[in-house]
Design a protein around this ligand. Structure first.
Ligand code: PLP
Length: 312
C-alpha cells in the first residue's frame, strides 16, 4: 500500500515526512488548533460543522490560516481524492491541524517564513476503533481524577486546541487509579465537565442529562446524540452533574467523533445501573447507525479484528 499523502500548505507530501519544526509556536507553546472529523461509508460526517468549529477556534486564537472555510473544505475533498486508493476501502478520520507557524526569533533558521501551517491528513479508523473495542463492547470505567478542567475564563476549551497537558495528566492519574480507566474531569465546583476527548452523558428515569456547555468542548457528536434523542422524543437536559448523580443513574455513556457513543458501565469503582450496556444507549446508537447507513456495532467489531493485523 503506497504511503498516504498529507495536505501541507497547498502541497501534498508523504505522511511520514509531515513534520512540524521545533521552532514552530506549536511546539513552543502548544499553540495550535485542530479538528477531527470521521467518515461513514467514506462520506465525511458533519464536515461543515467541524470546519465551523475550527474557524471559531482560529478566531479565538487570532490565527489567519490563509484559507477561507470554503477553500478548506475544497482542500479536504482534494486530500480525500488524492488518497482514495490508499485508504483500503475503509472509513477514516480526517484531521485538520493549524499551527501559528515559526516563531520570529528563529527566522534565520526557518527561512521559509513564519506563515501558519495548515495540514490535513486522513487515516483509516482501524487503530482507534481497535483500541476502544473492549470498552465499546463491555463498557468503560470512568474515574474522577484530581486534575480538573481549566475554566473557560483561563483558556476556553470550546476552542479545540493542542494545549492539552492537563488532559494528559488527567489520563495518567486515571490510569494510576485503575489500569484502563478513563478520566472525566470536574470544574471548580466539582460538577462534571468532560472526558479528555469526549463528552459525558447519564440517563435516569428515561431522561438524559449532560453537562452544561460552559467549561467543555462542545462536541459535534454531543450535538448529534442530543438531536437523535430529541427526535426519539427522549428528553435531554443540560445540567450540573455531580459524581453523586452518576451513582444514582441508570446508564451513562460518552460521545466522541471516532466512536460515536461508548457505554460507561463503571464509575468511580461502582457499577452504573446494572453495570451493563443500557437499553437507552442501544436505542440511540441504533438510530445513529440508521442515520449513517451502517451498523456502528458491526463496524467496531470488524475494525477491531483488522486492528490486530495492523499492530506493528
Ligand atoms: C476535550 C474534548 N471534549 C469533547 C470531545 C468530543 O468532540 P467531538 O464529538 O466533536 O469529537 C473531544 C474530541 O476530541 C475533546 O477533545
Amino acid at each position: 500500500m503506497p504511503e498516504r499523502l498529507v495536505y501541507w500548505n497547498g502541497d501534498f507530501i508523504p505522511e511520514r515526512s509531515a513534520r512540524v519544526s521545533v521552532f514552530d509556536w506549536a511546539l513552543m507553546y502548544g499553540d495550535m488548533l485542530f479538528e477531527m472529523t470521521r467518515t461513514f461509508k467514506k462520506k465525511p460526517f458533519h464536515l461543515r460543522k467541524h470546519l465551523e468549529r475550527l474557524y471559531d477556534s482560529l478566531r479565538y486564537a487570532e490565527i489567519d490560516c490563509g484559507l477561507s472555510i470554503d477553500e478548506m473544505e475544497a482542500a479536504t475533498f482534494e486530500t480525500i481524492r488524492k488518497n482514495e486508493d490508499r485508504l483500503e476501502g475503509l472509513d477514516f478520520q480526517i484531521m485538520h491541524d493549524v499551527t501559528r507557524g515559526s516563531m520570529p526569533h528563529y527566522d534565520t533558521i526557518v527561512t521559509e517564513g513564519q506563515a501558519p501551517i495548515v495540514c490535513i491528513h486522513v487515516i483509516p479508523l482501524v487503530r482507534h476503533l481497535g483500541l476502544m473495542w473492549e470498552r465499546f463492547r463491555d463498557g468503560a470505567h470512568f474515574v474522577v481524577p484530581r486534575q480538573q478542567s481549566v475554566p473557560s475564563r483561563f483558556l476556553d476549551p470550546k476552542a479545540k486546541n493542542r494545549s492539552r497537558l492537563y488532559y494528559r495528566v488527567a489520563e495518567l492519574q486515571a490510569e494510576h487509579m485503575d489500569s484502563g480507566a478513563m478520566a472525566v474531569l470536574t470544574d471548580e465546583q466539582g460538577f462534571l465537565t468532560e472526558g479528555t476527548g469526549n463528552n459525558f452523558f447519564i440517563a435516569k428515569d428515561g431522561v438524559i442529562y449532560t453537562p452544561k456547555p460552559h467549561n467543555i468542548l462542545r462536541g459535534v457528536s454531543r450535538y448529534v446524540c442530543i438531536e437523535i434523542a430529541r427526535r426519539l422524543k427522549v428528553e435531554v437536559r443540560e445540567a450540573d452533574i455531580e459524581p453523586y448523580d452518576v451513582r444514582q443513574a441508570d446508564e451513562a455513556w460518552f460521545t466522541s467523533t471516532p466512536y460515536s457513543m461508548v457505554p460507561i458501565t463503571r464509575f468511580d469503582f461502582y457499577p452504573v445501573g446494572d453495570g451493563k450496556r443500557g437499553p437507552l444507549f442501544q436505542r440511540l446508537l441504533d438510530a445513529w447507525s440508521e442515520e449513517v447507513g451502517i451498523s456502528i456495532d458491526a463496524q467496531f467489531k470488524e475494525y477491531s479484528e483488522l486492528a490486530k493485523l495492523w499492530t506493528p
